[in-house]
Write a protein of this length. Structure first.
Length: 403
């Protein structure tokens, strides 16, 4: 028998990371964490929708091999901007180029942080290619969660949720999950900027008021979703797919301090929670390093400074979008896809001041009234998404005229 020679641990290989939605709120936080660990993390692909100058600036600081702009008309500006900055980063444009890069050898890890259902194709490409998938793009899970999780299981992709609540639950669940031992999960919600207000008092709120989130700094779409509580509704559906739990085992609890990011109840009476300051870099650091831990730049939580943690039930009357999402999850089929698509249309119309804040729920409700059967295929779900957008557009026109 040969003696066991203790081997020196070899340094972890550098993780090459594609950051999709690099110019956004999550993308910027991801790049901040990556830059803190040059010996183990490297941004190899950066992608954005239309912010071409911001993308070139990010390429100058992070030196990726590839940069992708979704809007093909902006390709010359990206190519020339990279060249003028003296960078060797290769320019690409369009969704197909992105999917090829995400599925190819140029990255091991994908941060899926595009906003909206438009992020589905690249998220699916990462899942199919077996990448470590840091999944922030919750709309893709709401639209096609079964297909996405199935693709990840088939390829062996590791999916790490980058939503503070789901990341918290991910951290609290044991690696070897025992479904009998788990009682339920509780998603916390800040309540958004309008917590405590009556439905009637929300009639005239402006986009500026809606996106001024009290605790989190985020992109405009998710900020409006937080104000309507649709964000929590999307997150309930997201949790259903990520953790394989029915609606009856997913609760929502309003927690205005946003320090307890979610909780898991077990049958023995134990409740585990993950706490921390509201900063997405914690979830991203978990995503990059799990099961290890790396520094994220987020300060330590000092509970003595904060003093108290409050909890209350959500107000479904003032915030009907949450009830609509519960209903869509229970209805199943294409209802979640319709909910999500109609909400994207409604939020965009609200941000453009075409409809009132309270009309967001009305637009979603109008689209949900027309849900058709689906075979659950990707084409079927995309058709439901497209039909819901047409229905929602019509509802927007109707409600805009009323205003
Ligand atoms: P954001 O609006 O700040 O950024 C969106 C990014 O997506 C931008 O970089 C934009 O250029 C890019 N993009 C848009 N369309 C694209 C396309 N077709 N191809 C490539 N890139 C495209 O949004 P955000 O707040 O960073 O949110 C991103 C996602 O993460 C959303 O799904 C959101 O729900 C989720 N999320 C965000 C937070 C947060 O704290 N911001 C927390 C949890 C989950
Ligand atoms: Mg969240």
């Amino acid at each position: 028998m040969s003696p066991q020679v203790p081997s020196t641990p070899s340094p972890a290989p550098v993780q090459r990371i594609a950051v999709l939605g690099a110019t956004g709120s999550i993308g910027t936080s991801a790049l901040d964490v990556i830059a803190r660990h040059p010996a183990r993390l490297r941004a190899s692909v950066l992608a954005a929708g239309r912010q071409v100058d911001a993308l070139v600036a990010l390429c100058a600081s992070h030196r990726p091999e590839h940069a992708v702009i979704a809007d093909s008309q902006l390709y010359p500006r990206l190519r020339d901007g990279l060249r003028d900055a003296g960078l060797s980063t290769q320019a690409h444009a369009g969704d197909e180029a992105l999917d090829v890069l995400v599925g190819g050898d140029g990255c091991d890890t994908v941060v899926a942080a595009i906003v909206g259902a438009t992020g589905l194709a690249s998220t699916l490409a990462a899942a199919r290619a077996g990448k470590r998938l840091l999944l922030a793009n919750k709309e893709s899970l709401v639209l096609a969660g079964d297909l996405l999780m199935q693709a990840a299981r088939s390829s062996g992709a590791t999916v790490i949720p980058i939503d503070s609540e789901h990341n918290a639950i991910f951290q609290c669940l044991p690696a070897q999950r025992d479904d009998q031992a788990l009682r339920r999960i509780v998603l916390t919600a800040s309540g958004g900027p309008f917590r405590g207000r009556s439905r009637a008092s929300l009639a005239d709120v402006t986009p500026e008021q809606a996106i001024a989130h009290p605790k989190w700094s985020m992109g405009p779409k998710i900020s409006v979703d937080s104000a309507t509580l649709m964000n929590k509704g999307l997150e309930v559906i997201e949790a259903h797919h990520l953790f394989g739990l029915p609606r009856s085992r997913i609760e929502v609890l309003v927690h205005p301090q946003s320090l307890v990011h979610s909780l898991v109840d077990f049958i023995d009476g134990s409740t585990l929670a993950q706490l921390g300051l509201p900063d997405m870099r914690t979830a991203l650091a978990v995503g990059f390093a799990w099961p290890r831990r790396i520094a994220s730049g987020v300060a330590l939580l000092d509970l003595a400074v904060h003093g108290r943690l409050d909890f209350e039930q959500p107000d479904l009357d003032a915030f009907p979008c949450l009830a609509l999402a519960f209903g869509a999850l229970e209805a199943g089929g294409s209802a979640p896809a319709v909910l999500n698509a109609a909400n994207e249309v409604a939020v965009s119309a609200f941000l453009q001041r075409r409809i009132a804040f309270l009309s967001i729920a009305e637009v979603v409700e109008a689209a949900l009234a027309r849900v058709d059967d689906t075979d659950g295929s990707l084409d079927g779900l995309l058709a439901a998404d497209a039909q819901a957008r047409r229905d929602a557009d019509q509802a927007v026109v109707r409600l805009a005229h009323r205003g």
